[in-house]
Unconditional design. Structure first.
Length: 284
């Protein structure tokens, strides 16, 4: 990638154009399971998962800690290998990390010795783009995440919400088809989280990215997702899927959203209770 030319990256220059949404599946997960071995003891973290996520879809993985949702996200990202099964991203089998899939964590994982602009352009430097190309893309990203005036600020000078905006901008700068987000707003206060919900929804609408968003917050999942995929723990497996057809933008206080969240929460609680009964040997 070091010698990549402008012609090889047509969407990295000028206006940030939308990616075409095809009729095919952006992600196809077939029989994916994960078993960890620790001290000679095997722990089944994830039972075989079969799942398809369409191009341009906003899918939320919802479930309690230890249900395997973050493990599945790491397998999709190519950072973790599956014990069985395969993942295809845009019809190509996932065999490792790739710039078509970018994973964001709760901790922004930014470089503290670089300023905002330098953090955002980091991947572009690796791709071999010229200073002029990088500047144009960074300016576009800065505007998209509302960080004008903070280009030369260092990470320690930013709030938690601003750091996540920088992380999102850095990920979008290299124009991945799929954005994988592992509880990115979990450490933020409620007001900042609500604002970032709105901004992320706007970015998703403007870019047509496929987003897979991991959360344990039911209302957050309903506010953001086209589809909420509920996971049950021990071992992790898909309990149920919900199609969210509420109009956008969505408010966490909207009564329809609250009712939908309550229905999903009931399913989540039932799944957790069933898992606890199975674990204790009281299940039927």
């Amino acid at each position: 990638m070091a010698n990549a030319s402008t012609s090889q990256h047509p969407k990295l220059v000028g206006e940030f154009t939308q990616l075409p949404v095809s009729g095919g599946h952006s992600l196809r997960i077939q029989g994916v399971s994960k078993t960890f071995t620790n001290g000679g003891r095997s722990v089944e973290a994830l039972r075989p998962i079969d799942l398809e996520i369409m191009a341009g879809e906003f899918a939320c993985f919802l479930g309690p800690s230890g249900c395997g949702k973050s493990t599945l996200l790491s397998i999709i990202a190519g950072l973790e290998s599956a014990s069985s099964g395969k993942v295809w991203a845009n019809e190509k089998e996932v065999t490792g990390p790739g710039t078509d899939r970018i994973l964001l964590f709760q901790e922004a994982a930014l470089f503290p010795w670089l300023d905002v602009q330098q953090n955002i352009e980091f991947g572009l430097r690796l791709a071999g783009l010229s200073a002029h190309q990088r500047a144009a893309i960074v300016a576009k990203m800065i505007k998209m995440v509302h960080l004008q005036g903070f280009e030369r600020s260092y990470i320690h000078q930013l709030s938690g919400g601003m750091r996540q905006r920088v992380a999102i901008a850095r990920a979008l700068a290299i124009n991945p088809a799929i954005l994988l987000m592992d509880e990115p707003f979990g450490a933020l206060d409620a007001l900042t989280r609500d604002r970032l919900h709105s901004e992320l929804e706007s970015i998703w609408s403007a870019t047509n990215k496929t987003i897979v968003f991991v959360t344990h917050n039911v209302r957050e999942a309903v506010a953001l997702g086209d589809r909420v995929i509920v996971f049950a723990p021990r071992p992790g497996h898909i309990l149920r899927e919900f199609r969210i057809d509420l109009p956008r933008p969505r408010s966490l206080e909207n009564h329809q959203l609250v009712d939908q969240a309550a229905e999903i929460l009931q399913v989540l609680k039932s799944g957790l209770t069933a898992s606890e009964e199975d674990e204790s040997g009281t299940g039927h």
